[in-house]
Write a protein that binds this ligand. Sequence first.
Ligand code: FES
Length: 163
Amino acid sequence: MNNYSENARVNSAVTGVLGRYPDEPASLIGVLQDVQEELHYLPRVALEQIAHGLSVPRNQVYHVATFFKAFSLTPRGRHTIHICCGTACHLKGAGMIAEAIQSTLKTGDGETTEDGSFTVQTVRCLGCCSLAPAIMIDREVYGEVVPRALRRILGKYWEAESA
Ligand code: FES
């Protein structure tokens, strides 16, 4: 995709998201989340457009976009796998889960698979410790995960990709 069509794609996505929110600074996090979900990252041009659209100083938009780990300023996979490595999950084998996911997808922590399908990210706690060990793919949480279940879980997303 050339720069012009990429910018047009970004512009259209951001315009669509901004249209769903009131034009006020309080909308910032929601807008960033929706744009991130749509584009899988927050390109610089999107941040500029958001700052302008919500009348928020540019440096504040950059601060929020770089402060939260959920946001990325570099392109990410179409699906994000969060692997919980918090205490409860760690005690129940999160290390094995992380290793199995990373070796299946041939990717490291914070990296994106070559085909752009998945970005893998370890996190401290997903907030569902009673389900340890837990992972979250996009917004879906999988609890009490065992390594042998991973192919089935990931397969769902592979199938959707190839459909
Ligand atoms: S430690 Fe894993 S969900 Fe809390």
